[in-house]
Design a protein around this ligand. Structure first.
Ligand code: GLA
Length: 390
């Protein structure tokens, strides 16, 4: 049985099969390059994945929600009123959904009622492929569609980010929600996070595949370290602003940064800012290279991105370093780097199609030898963004 059939059956068993039952999907994302730039006014280059969260839902005529997540059956059916919601930092799947309803209301988008819903993910939890953004965008498109809300998909992304920042206490940037809401099949999104201007860039990979490797680790400091990095970048920006009129670190070229960097007092903040500035420029250069079919340069920039995330931004970890550094040694690997927030999760690699099997064999063997862990691989399939699918 496919996932949609499974969901429909579960929904009928739990909530009855009558009425207008609709089907939705919201993808996860993989970021090809441009990491930890999205809250620094820089560029990112993610694509939506064909993996994500699916839901079937039916409007209710009161303010209650009844939700069941087949991925977390132990949570049972969650029953709540959508009125009087209070932010919390529990980070449970339903908090990401409730947070979006709260965010929509807070921003003047009236959610006129609740809904019954059964959902399920085919996106690995803890993978750093943005399961939370996928759940947020799922909630946004369900509310938008069931209640005919006049809200653009870009605003759905912004509501997801707002809810994560203000309801769930995680100071993320806009990349994940934007990719989930705005993805386009066979394209990556070149997004300027300062202006929210974006271009869809075709991923014309002829003889290569985008391979995601799941380290299967998620170190517990991820949330707090993320907020720390954000603060450190902001401190660096404040120092630079004393001598140069800029709005974000993304405003600086490499040369300009080298000229003003001594204004940053704390050496740790200096490293964070160097990453943010250079990573932004790498992202712009990588997209230019892709436009010229120069995958070699694209791959080299990916590798440099990893080094910078490892040494300057310090958001990598032993497991991600092993995956990326071992990949660099293999024939047919164009580039490889950690992707997402870091401290575990996945790497993304561009690999010659005829070398993908050898890549998987070598990486899984070496990774197991060095960590005792079995990693997992997924071939990324750039997909459309969140919406109703049935
Ligand atoms: C997480 C956040 C994003 C982004 C990345 C790092 O995925 O949710 O906003 O900052 O980390 O690039």
């Amino acid at each position: 049985m496919g996932i949609v059939e499974e969901l429909k059956k579960e929904f009928t068993d739990r909530f009855g099969g009558e009425g207008d039952i609709r089907v939705y999907f919201a993808p996860g994302r993989v970021n090809l390059i441009g990491e930890h730039t999205d809250y620094n006014g820089g560029h990112v280059f993610p694509c939506a994945l064909s993996m994500g969260n699916y839901a079937v839902a039916r409007k209710r005529d009161d303010d209650m929600v009844r939700w069941y997540n087949m991925t977390y059956p132990g949570d049972g059916v969650i029953e709540r009123s959508i009125r009087g919601l209070e932010p919390n930092d529990h980070g449970i799947w339903y908090d990401y959904q409730l947070g979006v309803i709260w965010a929509l209301e807070k921003n003047g988008h009236k959610v006129r009622g609740g809904y019954d819903m059964v959902m399920k993910a085919d996106l690995p939890a803890g993978s750093g492929l943005s399961p939370s953004a996928s759940i947020e965008e799922l909630a946004a498109v369900i509310c938008r569609d069931l209640y005919d809300m006049d809200i653009s998909m870009v605003d759905c992304a912004l509501m997801g980010q707002y809810s994560e920042n203000e309801y769930n206490g995680m100071n993320c940037g806009i990349m994940d929600q934007f990719a989930s809401a705005m993805g386009k099949k066979d394209h990556a999104i070149f997004l300027d996070t300062a202006s929210l201007k974006y271009d869809y860039v075709p991923l014309n990979l002829k003889a290569e595949k985008i391979v995601i490797t799941n380290s299967k680790v998620k170190h517990s400091l991820a949330g707090s370290a993320y907020n720390d990095r954000r603060r450190e970048s902001e401190t660096a920006l404040e120092d630079i602003k004393k001598i140069k009129d800029i709005k974000t670190l993304g405003d600086l070229t490499e040369e300009e940064f080298e000229e003003v960097k001594d204004a940053i007092k704390d050496p740790v903040c200096l490293k964070r800012a160097r990453h943010a500035v250079y990573e932004n420029i790498r992202t712009i250069k990588a997209v230019e290279a892709l436009g010229k079919d120069d995958l070699k340069s694209f791959g080299e920039l990916m590798n440099k991105s990893h080094v910078s995330l490892r040494d300057d931004y310090e958001v990598s970890c032993k497991e991600l370093d092993i995956l990326a550094e071992e990949a660099w040694k293999l024939e047919g690997v164009i580039g490889s780097r950690m992707t997402g927030g870091g401290f575990g999760g996945c790497t993304v690699s561009i690999v010659k199609e005829d070398k993908v099997d050898a890549f998987k064999e070598s990486i899984s063997r070496i990774y197991k030898e060095r960590t005792g862990i079995d990693c997992e691989f997924y071939i990324a399939d750039a997909a459309d963004g969140a919406g109703r699918i049935g």
